[in-house]
Design a protein around this ligand. Structure first.
Ligand code: SF4
Ligand code: SF4
Ligand code: FES
Length: 292
């Protein structure tokens, strides 16, 4: 048995994953058990710090006795469960999910890990042809802090969760519309400046596709000056209040170009407020005399 901090002991659960006998604590998800076995399981809508919403279905696995494939990211293990993560059915389903997304959404800025999964499952979005429906649209640029380019949005809901009950509790954005028309929107599609947004940028921090981006990064990418090979990261503590959030300053050519915070920070789980996320112009707007 494993101990549950401050509560009743958790039972151990025994199951089989890809033929290997596994023992994990009750409440563990199939994804966590797979990760414990170093089984590479793709995820898009899942993030350790957010409530699973099961919308992308790229993590699906086969569970013996289950009519449909199940999302590994949210399904807890059960005693004597038999899980297959690499069956033909699983591979086909993951490939199709990746192909449908890549045929309709601009995935040019997704992580190398996601690009690796596209290769691993031999995803060929081009097979839907040049007339495949897309979500292409101009970026929304309505403030100086961050832009929203929904032609890169895979509707993973992470931004909605971070803006809502999982972090910020501001509820400035939600999913509007249905089917292919479903989209992330402010109330009545208003500009951010007329919405409830408080510019914490927590939505940018969790966005996996670059749909939400610092305006500084967006401008540099457009000007062709964004160069990650020239960037360094310096960790520091936010000077604005006693919470002491860890800030990761991304610096290029002696200028801060964006700020993130580590997901595994005990207090903030990677979330910040407007001051920590965007309040760094005072560092770089100093004259040489002030720096001395
Ligand atoms: S910046 Fe903060 S308040 Fe504004 S939409 Fe993003 S998460 Fe919500
Ligand atoms: S904007 Fe980003 S975080 Fe929000 S749903 Fe789209 S891809 Fe996900
Ligand atoms: S990562 Fe599991 S459903 Fe999206």
């Amino acid at each position: 048995m494993s101990d549950r901090p401050g509560g009743a002991p958790r039972r151990d659960v025994e199951l089989t994953i890809d033929g290997a006998a596994v023992r994990v604590s009750e409440g563990t998800t199939i994804l966590q058990a797979c990760r414990g076995l170093k089984i590479d399981t793709p995820t898009l809508c899942y993030l350790e710090t957010l409530t699973p919403v099961n919308v992308c279905r790229v993590c699906v696995v086969e569970v013996e006795g289950s009519r449909v494939l199940v999302p590994a990211c949210s399904r807890p293990v059960e005693p004597k469960m038999v899980v297959r993560t690499d069956s033909e059915r699983v591979r086909l389903s993951r490939k199709l999910v990746l192909e449908l997304l890549a045929s309709s959404v601009d995935l040019s800025l997704v992580s190398d890990e996601v690009k690796g999964h596209m290769k691993r499952y031999a995803a060929r979005p081009e097979r839907f042809g040049p007339k495949a429906a897309t979500v292409a649209q101009p970026p929304k640029i309505d403030n100086d802090l961050y832009i929203r380019d929904y032609s890169k949005c895979i509707l993973c809901y992470k931004c909605v969760e971070a803006c809502g009950k999982d972090a910020q509790n501001t509820f400035a954005i939600a999913v509007a519309g249905r089917g292919f028309d479903a989209r992330i929107s402010t109330e009545s599609g208003r500009p951010l400046t007329d919405s409830a947004c408080v510019y914490c940028g927590n939505c940018i921090g969790v966005c996996p596709t670059g749909a939400l981006m610092f305006k500084s990064e967006y401008d540099m990418r457009r000007a062709g000056t964004w160069d990650e090979s020239k960037q360094t990261q310096t960790d520091t503590i936010c000077p604005y209040c006693g919470v002491g959030c860890t800030l990761q300053l991304r610096v290029q050519e002696n200028r801060i170009v964006k700020v993130t915070s580590p997901l595994d920070h005990d207090v903030t789980n990677g979330h910040l407020c407007i001051k920590g996320r965007f309040g760094w112009q005072f560092v770089q707007n100093r004259t040489p005399q002030e720096v001395k």
